[in-house]
Design a protein around this ligand. Sequence first.
Ligand code: F3S
Length: 408
Amino acid sequence: MYLTKEEEKILAGEEGETLQKAMGILAALGDIYEADSLIPIRSAQISGVSYKTIGDAGLEWISDLKGTVKVPSVLNPAGMDTENWERLKIDPHFAAKQIEIMDVFRSLGIRPQCTCTPYYLKGFDISFGDHLAWGESSAVSFANSVLGARTNREGGPSAISAALIGKTPDYGLHLAENRKPTVVIRTEMSLSGSDFGALGYLAGKIAGSGIPYFEMTDKGKTEAVVPKRDELKALGAAMAASGAVALYHIKGVTPEACRKDFEAPSGDREAETVTIERKDLDGVYESAFTEAGESVPTDLVTVGCPHCSAEELREIASLLEGKTVVKEFWIFTSREVAGDNPDLVGKIEASGAKVVCDTCMVVSPAADRFSCVRVNSGKAYAYVPGMCGAGAVFGTLRSCVDDATGKR
Ligand code: F3S
């Protein structure tokens, strides 16, 4: 990969050990993936924040870093609510380590916002065509697909390196030729809410690491189904978990698919075409029932994977109005969204449910003591069994509220 004179000097260590290490990582990645050069990035989102995932080795690695990031940078969810960790019974040793990790990131000038929905944060604007270095898979999918920005899925070290240098190697999804659809997925049904999580769960298995192009029409109609932003978020998150999808397009909906120069595959001739039907989605919802048709018992209910928007908090608050929870019910969101919506948080918590910031049940050890979790997220449904050692059942948001309040 070509390096400018200034980049060569950094690589030679003329600007200190940290930048030398960072440039070394970016140069090695650029060489492996045959990038021509480094390109400037607008922002970074750094994954590998939870002590549960990076452990002592990761903490030691980041502790050696010095300096200040060159672009606005935030963090992936951490292993706990950093201001209220006792509430989910986090072990004090784990908490101390997590606080150490947060202190290191803060010292590098990284905003201590730990969220998989950085696109909701104020002062973290993204425009079509921006190059980014983001790490969390659902955020990467949203940035590429819904915002039309360009980012590969960065690992922790490469995202920190990109943040410190302010650049990333120009390969993968930064290049237009790598953003073309590889598989067509057709649906002919009305879809809403958690249906998009179920659809993403199935589509991710079909697409693998490819790029799906959705043609979504309502049953018996010709008009396209137009998902809301939170539904697009859920769709992408699920595909990134059951597959490794980092970019998708929807005919007539997502920004790249709406451009004149977009090359849509013409169906069966140019790309594999798969149809997903309502009965396929029903199969995902059936995870919540035994063979005898009874509800699978759960001891924890979680929503907010990816982290809730203000609109989702509003919907949850309205569904919980006048109700009391009978089991643990956790709602995950970012500290900023929670802080901007104290009334909604108050209404939700009046039921006994907990609005939890900075973390989620997958990257936190908090859910490890439960045996079965009800979720409304295709990503959580895919990850909870492997990451938390608990069973998972999938349902609508309403079913989550009903379960938490003892109505099922
Ligand atoms: Fe976010 Fe955790 Fe889900 S990081 S996307 S809430 S698994």
